[in-house]
Structures are given as C-alpha cells and as structure tokens.
Design a protein around this ligand. Structure first.
Ligand code: SF4
Ligand code: SF4
Length: 137
C-alpha cells in the first residue's frame, strides 16, 4: 500500500515563511549549470568581490600570504549563475576597454573575444569546453 504523503500545514512553517540561510551546505547544486566559471589565478587581484556576490557556497576562502584569499571554485556547489564573472572588477575593466570594438561584450560573454582571455580573472565557458580544455567535470 502506498503511504499517503504528509503535507505540511501553516502551523509547521516558520513565522513569516522565512527560509533559513546557508541550506546550500547540505546539498550540491553543481548539476544545474550549463556554463562554468574558470578562475585565472594569475590575473586575480584577490579583491574577494566574487566571494561576496556568489549566491551559493562555491567560492571558499583560505589563509594566504596576505590574509584571507579565495581558492578555486567548488564545482560541486557552483550552479553557473554567471554572477561572479559579471562582478569581478578585473573582468569589468577589460570589458570597458574592449567595448569600443565589441559593443555586445559583457564581463561574462567576453571569453574568446580577442584581448579578453589573457587578462580576465574569470572566464565563463560552456560545459563541453570546460571538460575538454580546462579538465573541469
Ligand atoms: S557562477 Fe560564480 S557566482 Fe554563480 S554559483 Fe558559480 S561561483 Fe557562484
Ligand atoms: S576572481 Fe575577480 S572578483 Fe574574484 S577575487 Fe579575483 S579579482 Fe576579485
């Protein structure tokens, strides 16, 4: 016999419908993505803007020579929302410089635009390219 599904009532829901924060720690969201951020450590200025803006728990901080620094992406958690390449100031600066030659360029679409990849701190690439070129599963 199929067990009847238990349905929560309003009495079981937190006052105001508030959802607790940090629940992403309990499950992986990496399977959702269709695009993948790739960190270019050599161009990163460690401003931690990406860490502050990431809506998931996909960028961790570690102790570095100058204090707290970002580590590589946690691809189990990264859902490929594209916020980090958009907010990265290094990507923004390059985009600003290239917009005269490519008016459609954005910090997350700049990948493969001549002059972008060498200087960017975060590339935003398709899943196939991430696997083949950057060895990201
Ligand atoms: S794309 Fe960037 S901002 Fe979005 S979940 Fe992944 S690491 Fe976080
Ligand atoms: S990847 Fe960009 S936003 Fe993130 S710490 Fe480096 S420079 Fe800052």
């Amino acid at each position: 016999m199929v067990k009847k599904q238990e349905i929560k009532t309003w009495k079981d829901i937190a006052v105001g419908g508030i959802v607790p924060s940090g629940t992403g720690e309990h499950f992986n969201t990496g399977g959702w993505r269709s695009k993948v951020p790739v960190w270019k450590k050599e161009n990163c200025i460690q401003c931690l803007t990406c860490w502050a803006f990431c809506p998931d728990n996909a960028i961790h901080l570690v102790d570095g020579a100058k204090g707290r620094e970002r580590a590589d992406f946690d691809y189990d958690k990264c859902k490929g929302c594209g916020i980090c390449p958009e907010e990265c100031p290094v990507n923004g600066k390059i985009t600003k410089a290239l917009v005269a030659t490519n008016p459609k360029i954005t910090p997350s679409t700049g990948h493969d635009t001549p002059g972008f990849d060498e200087k960017a701190a975060i590339l935003f690439v398709g899943i196939k390219e991430a696997k083949e070129k950057f060895n990201i599963k």
